[in-house]
Design a protein around this ligand. Structure first.
Ligand code: ASP
Length: 335
């Protein structure tokens, strides 16, 4: 009999309403799950539940939790046919991206899901997200980290949270969906291009100092230059369009020089949801090209940040970092 491992890390899905707002109460989800009679249907795989302590609102997720999830999957990998990670939606895209780098060579599905309305509340989306995720984890047609939400299965390191209040909270604007759950669960095989791995490889991630800077018209780089010290490992710049930034003041030169002097990697993402960064296409990105900035191409900011945590944790120097940031590792980048 196929068995799935379900890990509850926290998040709205198992939260209870309190005077101070929603809060993930220990064992509350476990009790609520007992009320879902469909979980005993033969179509739904059996599962074991691991509940973390403390349960977290995912805004508080740190590298230790990423490491714990990856370690638990690695440790129990042979015992289960797949894994479902119940997680808060706020940082789910970061965790999914991080896990996709930390766990390579997967041959089983790792499905992250959550909900916009707690399982215990009326009109909750939790019930269907849990049942469908368990079925996808049990079916074993996917061998990568993915996110299931509102009837759609996304590649984990391609998805972004697009809505704070709609049930369709996620999308993967730069990559097609992997599967859709309608009357049946339909897999789109042409999009599922990560082959089953022969051996699981686990790499832990450590904390790194990463700053994300979104450029806006009229930006004053000087205030950000002060933040670039020897302690800053990477500066991710969310640029306009294909990687363009305001370049008509000397402040930019100073910012890039300061980054170089402090050995801070500069990575360029786009503010656009679709398309790719292409440094050097316009004069407004030429200074970035001259500074040998790293191009994130069509990676999401979430994936870029998670990939930086992963590569910096491996102790790569700046040259290796640039090479691997610009190379596809886990389906996060179309190149
Ligand atoms: N703040 C919650 C969390 O990310 C939101 C959610 O789960 O939907 O943990």
């Amino acid at each position: 009999m196929k068995k799935v491992c379900m890990i509850y890390t926290g998040g709205t899905i198992g939260m209870k309403k309190t005077e101070n707002g929603y809060y993930p109460e220990p064992h509350f989800l476990e009790r609520s799950l007992k009320q879902i009679h469909e979980l005993s249907y033969h179509e739904v795989p059996e599962f074991d539940l691991i509940e973390y302590s403390p349960l977290l609102d995912s805004s508080n997720i740190q590298m230790e939790q990423w490491t714990k999830i990856a370690e638990d999957i690695f440790e129990h990998y042979d015992e289960y046919c797949g894994f479902v990670i119940l997680h808060g939606t706020d940082t789910m895209a970061y965790t999914a991206s991080a896990l996709s780098f930390m766990l390579q060579g997967l041959s089983k599905p790792i499905v992250l899901t959550g909900s916009q309305i707690p399982l215990e509340e009326i009109r909750s989306d939790a019930r269907d997200n849990i049942i469908s995720s368990l079925m996808i984890a049990g079916e074993g047609q996917i061998s990568e980290v993915c996110v299931f939400f509102a009837n759609k299965l996304f590649r984990g390191n391609r998805c972004v949270k697009i809505s704070s209040d709609e049930k369709g909270a996620f999308s993967s604007p730069n990559y097609p969906v992997l599967a859709e759950s309608g009357i049946t669960i339909r897999y789109f095989n042409r999009n599922i291009d990560i082959p089953k791995g022969a051996e699981l490889l686990y790499t832990p991630i450590k904390k790194q100092n990463i700053l994300v800077l979104k450029v806006v018209p009229g930006i004053s780089y000087d205030s950000f230059t002060k933040l670039i010290t020897e302690h800053l490992d990477a500066l991710v710049i969310e640029a306009f369009g294909s990687g363009n930034i305001p370049n008509r003041s000397h402040e930019l030169t100073k910012l890039l020089q300061t980054a170089e002097q402090n050995n801070t990697a500069v990575v360029i993402c786009t503010q656009c949801l679709r398309g790719t960064t292409s440094i050097g296409e316009y004069e407004t990105s030429s200074q970035l090209k001259d500074a040998d900035a790293i191009c994130a191409y069509d990676m999401t900011v979430e994936s870029t940040v998670a990939k930086l945590y992963y590569l910096l944790s491996k102790g790569y120097n700046r040259k290796q970092l640039k090479k691997w940031m610009e190379t596809n590792i886990a389906g996060e980048l179309s190149r």
